[in-house]
Design a protein around this ligand. Sequence first.
Ligand code: TXA
Ligand code: MG
Length: 316
Amino acid sequence: MTDILGTSEDQIAQAAALLAQGALVAFPTETVYGLGADARNGQAVAGIYAAKGRPSFNPLIVHVANLQMAQKYAVFDDQALRLAAAFWPGPLTLVLPIAPGGGLSELVTAGLDTVAIRIPAAPVAQALLSAFDGPVAAPSANPSGRISPTRAGHVVQGLSGKIAAVIDAGPCGVGVESTIMALTPTPTLLRAGGLPVEAVEACLDQPVALPQIVDDHSPSAPGQLTSHYAPNAPVRLDVTDPQPDETLLGFGPDCTNAALSLSPAGDLTEAAANLFSCLHKLDEMGAKRIAVSPIPDHGLGRAINDRLRRAAAPRG
Ligand code: TXA
Ligand code: MG
């Protein structure tokens, strides 16, 4: 049985108590719903991999309530502190050296000597992390390789019966996962996400190395498989002229023949927030083949195109 919890103080306390017992709790962040477990409890973390059916070489992001707690688990240099001051809480994950003695389960980091860590901004995530008062490992709360959840209903659809509870706080504001940055030897974007890389470059006052095209044989962020975020139907990108048997996911005012639109106004922030729920809806509509309008490749468009390319990638 998976409990659906609200956001009252009592229910947050209940969710924190479940985490402390080693149970799995899905909770909303500003990016997507995460599937949380106590990051110090190997058994609980193993439960995440089991519930998601996730390949075990894929390390997880650790979520904490504040910078003081983050410094217990990761070593921050000047650049890391600068980014944390500018963008936390918010949709940015930093890959940093593991701080000695922090006690994170090695399953969280998949045996690497770095940890991916972030402070989420959503009030419910903040409340849960403060109540739990510890590190929470949380990948997106979906079965591995499927579309990320931006509503509690998506979580229930994918993981019901496999997790103890989900906190329902409505749709996620940002709608795509956090931007992941490594800082050594040089600032490198590992995953485009909810914070535009241009903002990171402005903060660091230097260009950021962009990710190589990842394929299944040489993942740059470990476990970044090419086929990911996949709806049931095959996906074709950059389509201005859909075939008769294709369902068009549009963007911008010109797509009058679109079945659904990421943003009729052509707004990238709105499109990011709608992306995963549109893909879920296309599944629900029983689309046989999906065509997607071109999306500009700057700002949040970079993260949207990254997710769409994965959705369109050959299935393994
Ligand atoms: O927005 C988000 O980041 C969401 C919400 C729930 O916070 N979480 C999320 O986590 O997307 P997940 O586990 O689905 O994504 C983790 C990504 C993977 O691509 C993984 O390879 C990378 O982070 N990663 C984790 N630890 C890493 C490390 N030490 N070095 C490089 N990449 C790492
Ligand atoms: Mg994910």
